[in-house]
Design a binder for this molecule. Structure first.
Ligand SMILES: C[S@@+](CC[C@H](N)C(=O)[O-])C[C@H]1O[C@@H](n2cnc3c(N)ncnc32)[C@H](O)[C@@H]1O
Length: 238
């Protein structure tokens, strides 16, 4: 199914069970999950070394990365996730995350001011429906970060690479059910993803306006990784 970014039901449709099944199948693949895990842990090893920091994983899916963080010695971890099927899968697979993950979205975040030292989005911003939602999410990030805290996001960034992967999945999907599922999942996200990739400068500007200083901003192949820091002296407005 393809989606129209101006469709008011977009969020609900993207969060359909068909989408969730595709997500679970793709992220459950051994090769894909190994690549994702090693990339994410490398980002944390580089930018979030201190195991005592308080981490929030926004749109944590079925909790796989929170589980890896927990195994790597991060214990002040929390997650927020809107999709019921993924929350159900998380509860079934990761009892160690019991009580650490709440249902909800990026805005509003149901946490008090300065609750976290690092707020992490992995492949989540492209699920937001456009500039208004990015703005609301960054306002909430700013409020919930401690002074000097960091927001990290990793998102897809090159349309042609994404389109090539989709094309390849479609071809292979003629022969292999796994790629058929991957292709359907990518088709469902396609329009939102393309819209997101057109909004990179909007997003950089939105961070700048909030004085979230970008300390790392790198595009490598299809991945855009940004680390932005809240000023140590920043006081939240009442
Ligand atoms: C591509 S998945 C990535 C999940 C997880 N971060 C991972 O890497 O496995 C996108 C996630 O964002 C969640 N999501 C969708 N809309 C959201 C919103 N408005 N706020 C927070 N999370 C959202 C989805 O339910 C889904 O779990």
């Amino acid at each position: 199914m393809s989606v129209n970014p101006s469709d008011p039901n977009l969020e609900t449709r993207l969060n359909s069970n068909g989408w969730a099944e595709g997500y679970l199948a793709v992220t459950g693949n051994k090769g894909i999950s190994t690549i994702r895990r090693s990339y994410q842990l490398r980002v944390f090893d580089t930018f979030v070394k201190d195991r005592s920091l308080r981490i929030l994983d926004v749109g944590c899916g079925n909790g796989t990365f929170l589980h890896h963080l927990h195994q790597s010695g991060f214990h002040h971890i929390a997650g927020i996730e809107p999709h019921e099927t993924l929350l159900y899968d998380l509860a079934r697979r990761h009892p160690e995350l019991n009580g650490k993950v709440v249902p909800g979205t990026a805005s509003p975040l149901p946490f008090t001011d300065h609750s976290f030292d690092c707020i992490y989005f992995f492949n989540v911003l492209h699920h937001l429906t456009g500039p208004r939602e990015y703005d609301r999410a960054f306002d909430e990030v700013l409020r919930c970060l401690s002074p000097g805290g960091q927001v990290i996001f990793v998102e897809p960034c090159r349309k042609w690479i994404y389109a090539s992967k989709r094309w390849m999945a479609g071809r292979l999907g003629r022969f292999f059910p796994f790629f058929r599922q991957m292709h359907a999942f990518m088709m469902e996200e396609r329009d939102l993803m393309n819209q997101f990739m057109d909004h990179q400068s909007y997003i950089r500007n939105a961070l700048r306006q909030r004085e979230l200083e970008r300390v790392h901003d790198q595009q490598f192949l299809h991945q855009w990784t940004v680390v932005a820091r809240k000023r140590p002296g920043h006081a939240n407005r009442d």
